[in-house]
Design a protein around this ligand. Sequence first.
Ligand SMILES: [Zn+2]
Length: 417
Amino acid sequence: MKKLGKYSMGLGDRFGHQGSAQLKAIISASQKGIEITPVWNKSNREHITIGTEPGDVRKEADMVTRNAGYNKAYFVDADHINMDTVDRFIESSDFFTIDVASYIGKRAEDQEIAEFVASVERYTGNLNIPGTKLSFSVSKSQVAQIAEKYLFAAIKAFAIYRKIEKAKGKDNFITEVSMDEVPNPQTPVELFFILKMLASENIPLQTIAPKFSGRFNKGVDYVGDPEKFAYEFESDLMVIDFAIKEFGLPENLKMSIHSGSDKFAIYPYIGSIIKKHNKGIHVKTAGTTWLEEVIGLAESGGEALGFVKEIYTKSLEKIEELCAPYADVIDIKISSLPSGHEVSEWSSSKFAASLRHVPGNKEYNSNMRQLIHVAYKLAALKMENYFRLLEANEETVSKCVYENTYNRHICRLFNIN
Ligand SMILES: [Zn+2]
């Protein structure tokens, strides 16, 4: 059976040029005693925007691991697929993030809801999580509400899973269920009953991605109270642990954190809580590799700097169009964006420092960073030129990608000095 390691990391690489630098970061962690399974993920939306195919991600992953002589497990994740989008990912992926967000809130059949509520009656009243101080009072009507909200989504997850299983064979892929792209976070009690729903058909679920409170904006730091996050995260972790034993879910089921790029404020909490309970984690990072490419090109100066300045100027012109698909996961203060004219005068280091996520650096501009984050489409429109510049400045760019993945992410998450 394909199994994800205890620690795993989703590595997004929108343009498919940075796999080697990302793998190098994984290898550096291994040299420090932290084994992380690399997973290359790319969503359908990213494929459509850039004009790539899921098979391209497979080719990249196979190539960079082969070139590095990397003989451990690695995976290619069909990120956020559902019934409508799964087909073209089936052949090349061996990790499937089944996204049930669009099914949450749709109602299952009355009888299915009634049967579920009856099956969990013994958890109503006081729900105590053994070995912890967590105790929730749960009413029957609350369980009914949870079933009304989530049961249909669980049933859909089974249907999508079966479709993949039929094509690939039972043990040949990793299954994740994600429900993070919704307006409201799930409570630990909701998560408990959702896991019960997901346990009913014995699908080999290895990761589950809930939504947490606070803002997980793309490419920038967590917005919210880190202490509150820590409490919620630890509660969810304990709920998953209990659900595994109670419902017979796979032993190696673990938490997956989406939009995991750059959440520096909460990394120390995540790191210490998983260590305290000896738990694994999957952290999905994504589009910030593209940001590192832009930073690397800025640092390279000359034509490359001109290219990324032009991307920025264009992104200001097309800001509404670029931001619309990401409205729920970015917060850009337009008044804090420098004008194209201003930026045209900037040096390499000024441009790079404005984008590079170093909290506390007064040059860093999180608004500009978020805008560039969603502007990758503009580079896709000039792909030939873009790739030529990436290749001409490979050393500088891949150094940025490596340092971002290793120093700013892995070292902080896993407390490596
Ligand atoms: Zn997600």
